[in-house]
Design a protein around this ligand. Structure first.
Ligand SMILES: *[C@@H]1O[C@H](CO)[C@@H](O)[C@H](O)[C@H]1NC(C)=O
Ligand SMILES: *[C@@H]1O[C@H](CO)[C@@H](O)[C@H](O)[C@H]1NC(C)=O
Length: 294
């Protein structure tokens, strides 16, 4: 558990080279036209601007130890420790994406610290009506900000927003976001307080709406109230539902249990169901995108 997160951050960055190919898997041989595209899944960036090269990983790579041999934090991170991602790691990862992964239709931006789960997420299969359109897209699930683990240097709400802004800027700099849609999902470290997100308008959501405005997302009322939204990738064919799973976890003390009628989780589940029904009637496919909280 302790060592997992940075490892995951690094490993996931290493995996960015893998783009998933989405294609219709139920095409019958006589239906020769099919839909095909690529998206990029970026996750758990956990950028830590306070990371200090040559510091002590036991102190979250923020401070040096008196014992020189304990100061093992490298330029690109401290593998197998609890440290977050240093800026050079983030920059080199974006550099790689810029160089080698432009040929995507959209980017999803998600979170979470389990390598195998994150890997499997890149292998989506989908049912799409036959069409000759070839799309390219990019998705980015959350967990942008550094973890709030350091009692000596606690994370402030301004830190969280500036980490978000940094990542938004990296995407802007490295992708033509007018062509490649950027679709984020809130992670459990993206809130001001770990795992805690209330229901209803709140500064975090207002600020994220502003920050993500250049991506031209469909952040309407549902995002303003609950941090979730639908985004058409290929209208009438493929939609992403970006969920806020923060309302489904007991650890979130700011909302009541989702089995209670009218709770944040209940409202969202009904919204998801209504959207899935719409998709079924409209014969289009949906990617459900979420971060699991731990
Ligand atoms: C150096 O690291 C070892 C092993 O984790 C630890 O036992 C020791 O207390 C550390 N020393 C200092 C001075 O931090
Ligand atoms: C976020 O936005 C609100 C309203 O626009 C503002 O008052 C607040 O200072 C901003 N910053 C944070 C950290 O919430």
């Amino acid at each position: 558990m302790f060592a997992k997160t940075l490892f995951t951050s690094i490993a996931l960055f290493a995996l960015l080279g893998q783009t998933a190919v989405a294609r219709s898997y139920h095409d019958r041989p006589h239906r020769r036209r099919h839909w095909e595209g690529k998206f990029l899944h970026v996750t758990d960036i956990h950028v830590d601007p306070t990371y200090l090269e040559g510091s002590d990983p036991k102190q979250l790579c923020h401070r040096v130890s008196d014992l020189a041999s304990n100061n093992t934090a490298g330029v690109y991170g401290a593998l197998g420790t609890n440290c977050d991602s240093p800026i050079p790691l983030v920059e080199s990862s974006f550099g790689f994406m810029h160089e080698h992964l432009q040929n995507v239709d959209f980017i999803i931006y998600t979170g979470k610290s389990n390598l195998r789960k994150s890997l499997s997420r890149t292998h989506y299969r989908m049912e799409i009506p036959a069409t000759d359109i070839v799309i390219v897209f990019a998705i980015c699930p959350g967990d942008t900000a550094r973890h709030d683990r350091d009692v000596v240097v606690p994370r402030t709400s301004t830190d969280v927003l500036s980490d978000h802004k940094m990542v938004v800027d990296y995407f802007h700099k490295n992708f033509d976001t007018k062509r490649v849609k950027f679709i984020p999902t809130l992670g459990n470290n993206d809130e001001y307080l770990h795992d805690q997100i209330a229901f209803g308008p709140q500064p975090l959501l207002t600020n994220l709406t502003k920050l993500w405005a250049p991506f031209n997302l469909n952040l309407g009322e549902t995002f303003a109230n609950g941090g979730y939204f639908t985004q058409d990738v290929l209208p009438g064919k493929l939609q992403v539902i970006s969920m806020n799973t923060g309302y489904f976890y007991a650890k979130n003390l700011l909302v009541s249990d989702c089995d209670k009628a009218g709770s944040a989780g209940d409202v969202q589940l009904q919204w998801i169901q209504a959207n899935l029904q719409k998709a079924r009637h409209g014969h289009y496919s949906v990617y459900l995108m979420q971060v699991y909280f731990d």
